[in-house]
Design a binder for this molecule. Sequence first.
Ligand SMILES: Nc1ncnc2c1ncn2[C@@H]1O[C@H](COP(=O)(O)OP(=O)(O)OP(=O)(O)O)[C@@H](O)[C@H]1O
Ligand SMILES: [Mg+2]
Length: 348
Amino acid sequence: MTDETPPLRIVSATGDDDDDSVRPRRLADYVGQENIKDQLSIAIAASRARGDALDHVLLHGPPGLGKTTLSRIIAAELGVQIKTTSGPAVEHQGALASLLTQLGTRDVVFVDEIHRLNRLVEESLYPAMEDYVLDIVSGRGAMSSVLRLPLKRFTLIGATTRAALLTAPLRDRFGLQFRLEFYDLESIRKLLVRAARVMKIAIEDLGASEIARRSRRTPRVALRLLRRVRDYAQVMADGVITLSVARDALDALGVDHVGLDDLDRQLLTLLLTRFKGGPAGLETLAATVGEESDTLQDVYEPYLIQQGFLQRTPRGRIATEMAAAHLGIPYPGAATGGVEPPAQPRLW
Ligand SMILES: Nc1ncnc2c1ncn2[C@@H]1O[C@H](COP(=O)(O)OP(=O)(O)OP(=O)(O)O)[C@@H](O)[C@H]1O
Ligand SMILES: [Mg+2]
């Protein structure tokens, strides 16, 4: 590797700086994802009317699109308590038992990163989800006995960035399954205006639109950029986020007009130059840019693919002609025929 300063990372896998004050609490304040909201409100109203627990819910999609937020909203709309944990934190059957036996009738348990549950815990979850019982095995072999613990009727909400890693038996036990999509610009703009109001940040409409345009259509990224632009506005301007303040601040952060940051550009540039457009394997690419392959796959790639800059093929990753045009690099495929012709990229 080189001794250059590490590239700026605006995108990140964690929600470390999420601000609780801007997190919407009710379905009506949750912008976008209209289709999911419509289906959820019907299911919630119906289960409330029956006085029964809501069906188990699976939320999947790239990080930062609002899965955790939505799970809390579901509990609030149901008027029940929510307990939160994550796949790796539920280490054994006992941990699962103590979690589930604490739940009151109709309560919600939220399991983040549900694809990372261990096998034994996952298998004990099946009867819990289906019949609201937990079978606790004690002892081994001929001496073992099974204790059947009844549970209150509850709702499991599972979230994952990797739905493909869920086993079929687990996935099938979720009655409601939603894939969160990247947001449209108008939804991100609304979310920014609302967050700015809560955080007492002065922002003009065109300033909000500019941040939205460069936000990777992702609420978490949009909010993070809003904070950085606010800092810039305070130090370099009179505190108001106008169009030109937003542009200058985001340019200074290295976030370009379609929302790509240094690492995105580095990745695409490498693919187009060193790997002649690709295909190149995920591990190779990750090592070359100095990032975890999981982070590349979960955090960076979904947006690049959705915007038509990158394609996943069985043989590896391919940079598209659109990526070359965006970066001002000649498309290697055009000269050498070395790149498999990518399908027509989607316009945004
Ligand atoms: N639809 C929305 N409307 C308003 N704000 C939202 C919406 N979705 C997400 N946010 C905001 O974006 C931030 C990130 O959302 P959240 O933490 O729910 O994402 P996530 O999908 O759980 O991400 P991860 O996969 O990394 O856990 C939150 O702070 C929340 O305030
Ligand atoms: Mg989350």
